[in-house]
Design a protein around this ligand. Structure first.
Ligand SMILES: [Fe+2]
Ligand SMILES: [Fe+2]
Length: 465
């Protein structure tokens, strides 16, 4: 009787093997970013395939034993014990891996220091800025905000963990000072409105792909670049960080690294972040939304949004590998937003994934001129008169042109550089060097300047309206 019960137990474990693997596979492929991972990286394609095939190993070995070892009883017994042990180990591994992946986006390592974000906004008025902070213990935070010509205002956050302290109705170019919880005074300059007469031009720095948490990233160069931007904070109005901020976005330790490093600079210079494939994977986007969405939204669809700064309009897309996770809703939204912008205004699209780009073959796939991205987005950009499209993902600096649209790739804020074995026919200038792009906007001109990590100017080009 006891033997029968034991046999039933092991039979159940054996049956659960393929069921658990199938369920894990369905769950993994229901997550944003997984299709892109297996599409673009043959190593992970193999790894994911191997893990998901585990559920079949023990049942197949059991069948082999039944077919070929019936007459050798002692061998069949040993075989049976081995298959039972293997099936238990595989089931434990599958459930353990699943639990680990589910838990990671919910585990937070500690408080996250403040960053100053530009709020989502469309319209003629200037966008508000938001101080984004995350605390492990639920609490209410207070900030005081003032300027030389305005009385100090007190600003309260919600009583939770995700804090968004809104700095509203800021006067363009005015210098403000804030104190968070009575701490150190921090000053920043409000964004300029280049539509106003006498406005200074708007200077925006673009870079991406630090991959915080990766031992292969060049932390020294990242720090050197950020030090230069901070020393020029009277001149730089805005920083756009185009994704792959972290190496493993589902691990909170990588976000802790990232925010500890970014906060000293970008609590003083306003920032617009965009999500990358490394940030998004295995629900890493939940950490990203907690820390870097200016309105503290929580849904995957909140990863694309619009920010208008006077007559310069930024459309932030959620395209991380390529078109794999781009929804019809997002495309319809992009068309509608672009159609609503006056013709003589600047239309700027930001996404992590690139369109036209030089590069090389990586893990068996062509990491250059992304055909699907060009096919889906190219006609929209051309029809709607997009002026500039800036991306990361490829770790190089490049400017390209196609059908009246200028493209730039800036994935060079610290991650290992890509080798360039393929030069895109659309390429105007390209270098495999760490650095950044700076764009200086007036109502009629946008000057693109590319810099090496130590501040050496590399290339410049002017767009006119
Ligand atoms: Fe990257
Ligand atoms: Fe990437």
């Amino acid at each position: 009787m006891a033997k029968k019960k034991l046999n039933r137990f092991w039979a159940l474990i054996l049956i659960l093997n393929p069921i658990a693997s199938l369920a894990l596979g369905l769950w993994v492929f229901s997550l944003p970013g997984t299709l892109g991972l297996v599409r673009w990286d043959s190593f992970y394609r193999l790894l994911v395939g191997l893990v998901l095939s585990l559920g079949l190993w023990a049942p197949v070995l059991w069948v082999v034993g039944r077919l070929f070892l019936r007459k050798r009883k002692w061998l069949a017994k040993i075989w049976g014990v081995g298959v039972a042990a293997l099936s238990a180990a595989i089931l434990a591994f599958t459930l353990g891996a699943w639990g680990y992946l589910i838990a990671q986006p919910m585990l937070k390592s500690g408080d996250k220091p403040p960053v100053l974000l530009v709020s989502s906004h469309s319209g003629a008025a200037m966008p508000d800025l938001t101080l984004a902070v995350w605390t492990k213990t639920p609490q209410q935070l207070t900030a005081s905000l003032g300027s030389e010509t305005e009385p100090t205002r007190s600003i309260l956050s919600d009583s939770g963990r995700v804090h968004r302290l809104l700095f509203p109705k800021l006067q363009p170019e005015r210098v403000y000072t804030y104190q968070l919880e009575g701490g150190e005074s921090v000053s920043f300059r409000a964004l300029p409105d280049i539509a106003l007469e006498g406005s200074k031009p708007m200077k925006v720095v673009f870079s991406s792909d630090v991959h915080y948490g990766s031992s292969k990233s060049s932390a020294e160069k990242t720090t050197r670049m950020m030090d230069q931007w901070l020393s020029r904070k009277d001149e730089i109005d805005l920083f756009c960080l185009l994704g792959d901020i972290t190496e493993l976005g589902f691990m909170d330790s990588d976000w802790q690294d990232a925010l500890d490093s970014l906060s000293p600079v970008f609590s003083q210079i306003p920032m617009i972040p965009v999500i990358g494939n490394h940030d998004l994977l295995f629900q890493g986007y939940r950490h990203y939304l907690d820390y870097l969405h200016p309105e503290g939204r929580t849904s995957f669809e909140d990863l694309y949004r619009r920010v208008d700064i006077g007559p310069v309009h930024f459309l932030l897309l959620n395209a991380v590998w390529g078109t794999e996770d781009v929804s019809r809703e997002q495309l319809a939204w992009l068309e509608a937003q672009l159609a609503s912008i006056p013709k003589d205004h600047w239309k700027v699209v930001l996404s992590h994934a690139y369109y036209y780009a030089s590069g090389s073959t990586f893990a068996g796939e062509p990491w250059y001129d992304n055909r699907e991205m060009i096919r889906i987005f190219g006609p929209i950009f051309e029809k709607r008169g997009v002026d500039l499209v800036v991306s990361g993902h490829n770790h190089l600096l490049e400017v390209l042109e196609h059908a009246g649209v200028t493209y730039a790739v800036v994935g060079v804020m610290g991650a290992p550089l890509d080798t360039i074995t393929y030069r895109s026919p659309a390429s105007v200038w390209c270098r495999d060097v760490h650095g950044w792009m700076e764009v200086t906007w007036t109502a009629r001109e946008a000057t693109l300047q590319f810099f090496q990590w130590d501040g050496v100017p590399l290339f410049s080009q002017t767009l006119t309206k």
